[in-house]
Design a protein around this ligand. Sequence first.
Ligand SMILES: C[S@@+](CC[C@H](N)C(=O)[O-])C[C@H]1O[C@@H](n2cnc3c(N)ncnc32)[C@H](O)[C@@H]1O
Length: 253
Amino acid sequence: MVARVLEWGLVSQGDYFLIDGDATFVEHAALWLAEWSRARGSGCVHGDGGVRITGCGTDLRVHMKCARAEVLEPGTVGSPADLLVCNSLLDLVDVPTLLPRLLRLVKPGGLCWLTTNFDGETIFEPGHPHDRILMDVYHRSMDERRRDGEPAGDSRSGRHLFGHLRAVQAEIIAAGSSDWVVFGSDGSYPGDEAYFVEYILHTIELELDGRDVFTPGQVGGWLADRRGQLARGELVYVAHQLDILARRGPVGT
Ligand SMILES: C[S@@+](CC[C@H](N)C(=O)[O-])C[C@H]1O[C@@H](n2cnc3c(N)ncnc32)[C@H](O)[C@@H]1O
């Protein structure tokens, strides 16, 4: 998202706090951003706990932190932020608990850009007779997911955000879909899509493992069919997701 906000001209200077609960990703982000900056012709200097990207009209200090969102305190980001970006995160956490905490990182009237929130539809084409029942179980596994004994997921997080944001008096400014739509042509996919879809299939495989749906052979058959279609560039994958832009209100909690 650091690269995206710079490429899209949303931000050019300031302090950006890049936070993720997985240390490996945070470490990799520093290396990745250095490579990305070089390719773009920007400078990228590694400093204490982050990188500074300069040049091409940019001066962005990226502070990198490994932390679970559930323990973030307003002081984590220095002074209250102008903008909170949560990309592909809110479908993995308990939003009613976390949202007030996240909003306290933002100054009153600041913006919250909450993107790619999964919203209840996983579609593969061509259709397969087992799709409906397997996807229902896959989605249920998101709803039942727990981390440290606490709820950690929602298969309809996108639509539920409207209510959760209203509950904390945030103003919804804009909303729209941000579906992933992956398809190939001439027997292959243009970039890393095959790797990406294999990762999704792997996730589904893990979630279905041990659940009493079909026999393991039937689940295995479905996966083998999908992997065969992926190898031939025939598999279409769609995930329905929603983006919301909101303005923080007076979160009193
Ligand atoms: C689909 S990835 C999105 C990564 C990144 N936000 C992006 O835009 O590419 C989901 C990320 O959420 C992180 N994550 C999941 N639960 C979290 C939590 N409770 N606190 C902090 N990070 C969390 C995972 O470590 C993972 O990197």
